[in-house]
Design a protein around this ligand. Structure first.
Ligand SMILES: [Fe+2]
Ligand SMILES: [Fe+2]
Length: 202
């Protein structure tokens, strides 16, 4: 079989090496190896099994958040709940979007998204707390968002420069979790502590 023609000029090789980049000949040769790995090339620097495990924990966290927000959406009652219900539903939809992004990335990395209900709460970083009053529901959601924020921040720094695509996905989700926490903190302020217990409604 005819060997691949080197495409890297000596000058290019020197320049690339100086700035820490791989020359074109090596890039092309590496891409031909292990094509069954899809997007996962030899240049992937992170520990893929660890990244997939962390992504699956984040996926479980998102699913628990979807369920909790949905429960709060259906159960919130009282005059103050009208705008809050809309917020719960919007957050549930956005958490579903996060779950989908994580599942897609897990597949790209050659893993399987763990969508099994078994052990979901153990894999999840956030808890499923129903809450009774509207204020309690918002507080529980805010606590869960704060857990998610810390989780994603730690994952971003763990992945670092070794897997830029995963990092971008995590940073995108992190930014939205921060918005969610901000929304909930504003709602709590609006409702004020005097509302506690007023929205029991059942
Ligand atoms: Fe989320
Ligand atoms: Fe969130």
């Amino acid at each position: 079989m005819k060997a691949a023609t080197p495409v890297t000029s000596p000058k290019e090789g020197i320049i690339k090496e100086a700035i820490g980049l791989t020359d074109v000949t090596t890039l092309r040769a590496r891409a031909r190896q292990g094509i069954e790995d899809g997007a996962l090339t030899a240049g992937y620097k992170a520990k893929v099994e660890t990244v997939i495990t962390l992504l699956n924990e984040a996926l479980a966290t998102e699913i628990v958040c979807i369920l909790r927000y949905k429960h709060h959406y259906f159960m919130a009652t009282g005059i103050s709940s009208l705008s809050v219900k809309g917020e719960f539903l919007q957050h549930a939809t956005e958490e579903q979007g996060h779950a989908d992004l994580l599942a897609e990335r897990i597949v790209q990395l050659g893993g399987k998204p763990n969508l099994s209900p078994e052990g979901l709460l153990i894999r999840s970083h956030s808890e499923y707390v129903e809450g009774v009053s509207l204020v309690e529901m918002i507080k529980e959601d805010l606590i869960a968002e704060r857990i998610a924020i810390d989780t994603y921040r730690e994952m971003v720094s763990y992945v670092g420069p070794d897997d830029p695509t995963t990092r971008k996905v995590l940073e995108k989700i992190l930014a939205q979790e921060e918005e969610h926490a901000e929304d909930l903190a504003s709602l709590l302020k609006e409702l004020g502590s005097h509302d506690q217990g007023r929205d029991l409604g059942r």
